[in-house]
Design a binder for this molecule. Structure first.
Ligand code: SF4
Length: 308
């Protein structure tokens, strides 16, 4: 028997898959004859899908097995796993973000990933991961519409922490996407634009992972207020870990200031929440911190953190 740890990456990838589940936490039988053929070895685990990704709609049928269900061996939301996650989530309610991340890393090893839009919360988690588990694969959903200031943070992260955030892109460039759609989709159909350029890309990027970290805080919006610390994310078929769920904006900026963590300089110009440039504006004093996102429309979330 082997435990699923970071140094067993290639062994785990070759594990016999039939009849194996991880719902009872972390131990699998290995097919040692297959292991003799192991060749995959790298210093830093990579996400399973590098390069350009296909645009597709977000229906389950189109995507087939997703997230942890596509892993080898799969991690399925058995009642035992859901019970475990609920118990862990309750026990971590008062834990520090660092302790929550340590639990996630210990539990899911290299199948634990993080998606970041380089916001202040994401930068805070990257800073913590750099100390706790710097080999955690981290990716950004590069829609093609991000601000240059946002993308510049990727280089700052590399310089400061030696971590290379992977850029995950849709198959179609912005030019191609707008050409086949007769213009920018974000103007009339922002939900479809987010589905094509964010959600579909995350589905592909996280296929085969067990868990992902999100940087949401419960006090950011009604949708986010009910986020557990740890839970099963039905939308992406992954365990979702939200280490900053109980943190406040003040705590996030307190850490950024005290540790001199890199952040987007646009925050100093009134851009409290920064996404794609067509859907982001600076906010005025007294406005909600997310009021500048999809301003003037009913849309408040890109869909990554909602279960609809
Ligand atoms: Fe498109 Fe705007 Fe969503 Fe970016 S935030 S993917 S530009 S709708």
């Amino acid at each position: 028997m082997y435990y699923l740890r970071a140094d067993k990456w290639e062994k785990e990838a070759l594990a016999t898959t039939k009849n194996q589940k991880l719902g009872d936490i972390g131990k699998i039988e290995l097919n040692m004859s297959n292991f003799a053929n192991a060749s995959m070895k790298s210093d830093r685990p990579r996400l399973l899908h590098d390069g350009l990704l296909p645009i597709a709609d977000t229906t389950e049928a189109e995507f087939g097995l997703q997230g942890a269900l596509a892993a080898v061996p799969p991690l399925e939301p058995t009642q035992a796993l859901l019970d475990e996650l609920a118990a862990v989530s309750a026990s971590l309610e008062s834990a520090s973000p660092q302790d929550i991340l340590k639990w996630a890393v210990d539990r899911f090893a290299e199948r634990f990933t993080m998606a970041t839009a380089f916001g202040p919360e994401g930068m805070t988690i990257i800073h913590m991961l750099a100390e706790i588990a710097p080999k955690t694969p981290i990716f950004n959903l590069d829609t093609g519409y991000q601000f240059p200031e946002t993308l510049a943070l990727r280089e700052k992260i590399k310089e400061r922490y030696g971590i290379e955030v992977e850029l995950k892109r849709p198959a179609l460039s912005v030019e191609e996407y707008e050409r086949i759609n007769g213009g920018p989709v974000y103007k009339e159909e922002p939900h479809r634009c987010c589905a094509d350029r964010k959600i579909a890309v995350l589905r592909e990027a996280a296929r085969g992972m067990y868990a992902w970290a999100s940087a949401i805080r419960r006090d950011q919006s009604p949708d986010r207020s009910i986020a557990p610390i740890v839970g099963w994310d039905k939308k992406f078929q992954l365990v979702k870990v939200s280490p900053l769920a109980n943190w406040t904006k003040k705590q996030v900026w307190g850490l950024i200031t005290s540790k001199d963590i890199p952040y987007n300089p646009m925050h100093d110009l009134g851009y409290t929440s920064i996404g794609c440039w067509p859907c982001t504006r600076a906010v005025s004093i007294g406005e909600d911190e997310r009021a500048g996102r999809w301003s003037g429309t009913a849309k408040t979330e890109c869909g990554l953190h909602t279960q609809d």
